[in-house]
Design a binder for this molecule. Structure first.
Ligand SMILES: *Cc1c(COP(=O)(O)O)cnc(C)c1O
Length: 394
């Protein structure tokens, strides 16, 4: 498809057709895995298609990057070896010692560790604020020194929601960039660049890849923000200079995953809604966290900026930590494990697993909390599984 056709096409069409035209020499409809480190030059500096060395560029990775940009309605995307590699490169490309960033007070643990333990060693300072409280984020900004306001929405594991438009205004007022980690929502449910964000971060390991078979990350820039050209150039430079790029096979797997993102997300959402309905009516469940619920504090904002509410659900049980742990160990369809966003349903105990490192801090999560990454299996099987796990009280 031509770029012009693609620009007007729907999400699924872009997911399937962006980034690759059937190969002129063979007709291959899918990009090959270009397992090469270097490229023949037609005379010194005579590069074919700009390819010189695979850290700087690789056609399989280019196909993934163009698809990611098309799905986020951005201008350019950069694919990395992991979500954290993307984040580290973003920090290097935008900040210098003495700069300040605002991060969510319930940031993804790896993001918190990167900022708190790694970036502070080379002189970055940070404050944490709740993403759902625009005034608190504004108050955390240090005028003239804050370079990035970093937001996740929804957050993990309590699914707090940040108002991307309002946060973009607050960041821009202070001359800072708004970074949105869009991993939980995915490009299908939410496009932060269209709401004023300057940079979108993804762990493509999760919904984008979608099959729990690859680790990867991405940065996407463009859209409404001014100066994205300069920002894109800085990211392109650091992508190559730091070199934490996605390899061709990883890029190929992520691209294959993206083609079905829309279908998968709709099914994740359908199943999550079934699970939420079931849990909300269960006598052993004291609270369900899901932005699609009318009593969720972020429901109104989520309804405005997300097309649906996603596949992540957290809940608390009446039987305390013992019951939460028992539920996690008794499911048979939900697999006990960390991570999220794959086709298979996962269950975990944040207090003892993903969020064990924040125990004893203000970010500690309740012991009676269970987190689900609701997969795309047959919905009734998921409900029966949870019913059985909840029924057998310790
Ligand atoms: C997993 C995750 C990351 C980190 O990505 P990796 O691919 O594991 O490096 C960042 N943000 C969020 C919200 C995540 O869930």
């Amino acid at each position: 498809m031509t770029d012009e056709h693609l620009a007007q096409a729907g999400f699924e069409t872009r997911a399937i057709h962006a980034g690759w035209e059937p190969d002129p020499s063979t007709g291959s409809v899918i990009p090959p895995i270009f397992a090469t480190s270097t490229y023949k030059q037609d005379g010194v500096g005579g590069l074919r298609g700009g390819y010189e060395y695979s850290r700087s560029g690789n056609p399989t990775r280019t196909a993934l990057e163009q698809t990611l940009a098309a799905l986020e309605q951005g201008e350019r995307a950069f694919a990395f070896a992991s979500g954290l590699a993307a984040e580290d490169t973003l920090l290097h490309a935008t900040c210098v010692p003495g700069d300040h960033v605002v991060i969510p007070d319930d940031a993804y643990g790896g993001t918190f560790r990167l900022v708190d333990k790694v970036a502070t060693r080379w002189g970055l300072e940070y404050d944490a604020a709740p993403v759902s409280d625009v005034d608190a984020v504004r108050a955390a900004i240090r005028p003239g020194r804050t370079r990035l306001v970093w937001v996740e929405t929804p957050t993990n594991p309590l699914l707090n929601v940040g108002d991307i438009e309002a946060l973009a205004a607050v960041a821009h007022e202070a001359g800072a960039l708004l970074v949105v980690d869009n991993t939980f929502a995915s490009s299908y449910l939410q496009q932060p660049l269209t709401l004023g964000a300057d940079v979108v971060v993804h762990s493509t390991t999760k919904y984008a890849g979608g099959h729990s078979d690859v680790v990867g990350g991405a940065l996407v820039v463009g859209g409404a923000s001014t100066g994205s050209g300069e920002l894109a150039e800085a990211l392109a430079f650091h992508h190559n200079a730091i070199g934490a790029v996605a390899g061709p096979f990883d890029a190929w797997l992520s691209l294959r995953g993206l083609k079905t993102l829309g279908l998968r997300m709709d099914r994740h959402c359908d199943n999550a809604e079934l699970v939420v309905g079931f849990l909300a009516g269960h006598p052993d469940v004291s609270h369900v966290y899901y932005p699609g619920l009318a009593d969720h504090p972020g429901h109104e904002v989520a309804s405005r900026q997300m097309s649906r509410f996603g596949g992540m659900v957290s809940f608390r049980v009446t039987g305390g930590e013992q019951q939460a742990l028992a539920v996690c160990e008794r499911t048979r369809v939900f697999t006990l494990g960390e991570s999220l966003g794959g086709v298979e349903s996962l269950i975990e105990h944040p207090g003892k697993m993903t969020h064990a490192s924040v125990a004893g801090t203000p970010l500690e999560v309740p012991g009676d909390l269970v987190r689900l990454s609701v997969g795309i299996e047959t919905g009734d099987d998921l409900l029966a599984d949870l019913d059985r796990a909840l029924a057998s009280r310790p």
